[in-house]
Design a protein around this ligand. Structure first.
Ligand code: NAD
Length: 483
């Protein structure tokens, strides 16, 4: 437990942001949180000043100094040219883990899953959110899905460390590695390897589709779930919603240095300025912050007061239900009700306890040991719309060099040459796979350049290439579907 005040950066945001931040900070203060608050401005007003990231350059200094950011939702202006503030802040400051506890408060808040208590640990920096997208032909656009081994190790270790720290019994991994054998396959493999270091915690893996169905149907079967960015983004909203309401969930974005705490909902502009909004999502994000900065004692006190308020039926409009709720209150009165209950613990809902530790969870990743990497082939992607796969194959076969031979042409991943069938739908985006002309041999840069020169001279529009490598003899590429 720290007794000194901890500096934090606070942004009041847009829409309902200032009201729910005010309510949250009042509860924290009443609970005895030891904080020195620095305020920064983010969001609409900053975007309007022409700053496309929605955050002033000077605000970064505050974030990097305090290393703790309590952030209210902001309104992202419509139209192009504006960057997502959340993505910018998370990625600039290396916040690799998004942690969203999703639990139900039955019978006080309606849910079909009264025993749900799931924590989603979502990878926060990689995957399709790298935002690397290209249009390559008239018909085809692509988005690169990038997963790194250290990035995966960090998030998986975080999930197990979180489980251990907070007395959780099981960590589940969701991937789609039956289809994405290299990317999701690596995530799954790293999960299995790291899991062996945590014999005290059960582990399991589900293919994401059936896992998501199970989560929506029987969430009480899960405890901590770790997954790549996109799946985590989608399923954490699903999980929060089926627990009761997205309006109740808080979220932590954890980095090695700087961390950010927020509600998962947006700025609800239509509810702004009316003292209506539920401050619970931001408040529960702030509870995660208190635990993170070593004020578990205050977190426990205010969280139990909040649970008691929910149990007493004092509810804002969004969770108010005739016959269950006892009083409909506004934002400010809800905060007053929580403050009045500081020192009480819930009787029906499970009271929380938090470890009074000073140490945030920190993760060390293993050093990368470079493998023996050899190029054994090259995929050349073409923009071409002048005929059938067999016609393309015949033209390309003739361009092979002494060092490289054509082994396959695919369209949208499906092999169409040699031996394609006319039913396969083809676009103007083709992949021609060349391998070393000698079985098991390697390919030189000169071979690859010579091949591209011949293709260019023959009038082919190659839009990109991918090297086909082996790492310590193991292929670093997948076969074409049907190859
Ligand atoms: P929203 O989450 O703001 O609102 C969705 C619905 O939930 C609305 O009906 C709203 O009234 C209700 N709601 C949300 N929070 C509530 C609360 N605390 N209490 C009571 N009711 C609540 O989503 P939206 O309308 O799609 O987005 C509004 C703006 O928020 C957009 O500009 C969007 O870009 C932004 N946004 C910001 C963040 C963020 O800053 N982290 C996240 C999501 C959306």
């Amino acid at each position: 437990m720290t007794s000194a005040n901890v500096p934090i950066t606070v942004a009041r945001g847009d829409g309902i942001g200032p009201e729910i931040m005010d309510a949250t900070l009042r509860i924290l203060e009443a609970g005895g949180a030891r904080l020195d608050i620095e305020e920064i401005e983010i969001g609409e007003k900053v975007y309007e000043r022409g700053i496309s990231a929605g955050i002033e350059p000077s605000s970064w200094e505050s974030l990097r100094r305090t290393k703790v950011f309590l952030k209210a939702p902001i309104t992202t202006p419509q139209g192009g040219g504006f960057k997502s503030l959340n993505v910018t802040v998370r990625k600039t400051l290396g916040m690799y883990a998004n942690v969203r506890p999703c639990l139900s408060y039955s019978p006080y808040i309606a849910t079909k899953h009264p025993d749900m208590d799931v924590v989603i640990v979502r990878e926060n920096e990689e995957d399709l959110y790298a935002g690397i997208e290209h249009q390559q032909t008239d018909e085809v656009v692509q988005c690169l899905k990038i997963l790194s081994i250290p990035g995966t190790e960090k998030i998986v270790r975080y999930a197990f460390e979180y489980a251990r720290r907070y007395g959780r019994k099981k960590v589940t991994c969701f991937t789609k590695d039956n289809i994405m054998k290299l990317t999701d396959g690596m995530f799954h493999k790293v999960f299995e390897e790291i899991a062996t270091e945590y014999p005290d915690i059960e582990n399991e893996h589900w293919i994401i589709d059936i896992g998501a169905a199970k989560l929506a149907d029987t969430p009480e079967a899960f405890d901590v779930i770790v997954m790549p960015n996109l799946y985590g983004d989608i399923l954490s909203d699903v999980a929060a919603q089926i627990a009761g309401s997205v309006g109740l969930a808080g979220s932590a974005n954890i980095g090695q240095e700087v961390s950010m705490f927020e509600a998962i909902h947006g700025s609800a502009p239509r509810r702004a300025g009316q003292n209506l909004a539920n401050p619970s999502g931001l408040f529960l994000g702030a509870v995660q912050m208190l635990v993170h900065i070593g004020q578990g004692d205050v977190a426990e006190k205010v969280h139990n007061a909040w649970l008691t308020t929910i149990e007493d039926g004092i509810h804002t409009y969004d969770i108010f239900e005739e016959g269950v709720s006892t009083k409909k209150v506004g934002t400010s009165e809800f905060a007053d009700a929580v403050i009045e209950r500081i020192g009480r613990r819930p009787e029906v809902l499970k009271a929380v306890t938090y470890p009074a530790t000073d140490e945030p969870i920190t993760i060390r990743v293993s050093e990368t040991v470079p493998a023996v990497k050899e190029q054994v082939g090259i995929d050349v992607f073409l923009h071409w719309n002048a005929g059938t796969p067999d016609e393309l194959g015949a033209a390309i076969e003739g361009l092979a060099t002494d060092g490289l031979k054509l082994v396959m042409i695919s369209n949208r991943g499906q092999k169409v040459y040699p031996g394609g069938v006319p039913e396969t739908f083809c676009t103007d985006h083709w992949r021609c796979r060349f391998m070393s002309a000698t079985d098991g041999g390697t390919v030189s840069t000169a071979d690859a350049i010579s091949l591209l020169g011949r293709m260019h001279d023959a009038g082919f529009d190659f839009i990109k290439t991918e090297g086909l490598y082996t790492f310590d003899g193991k292929p670093g590429y997948t076969l074409g579907q049907g190859q």
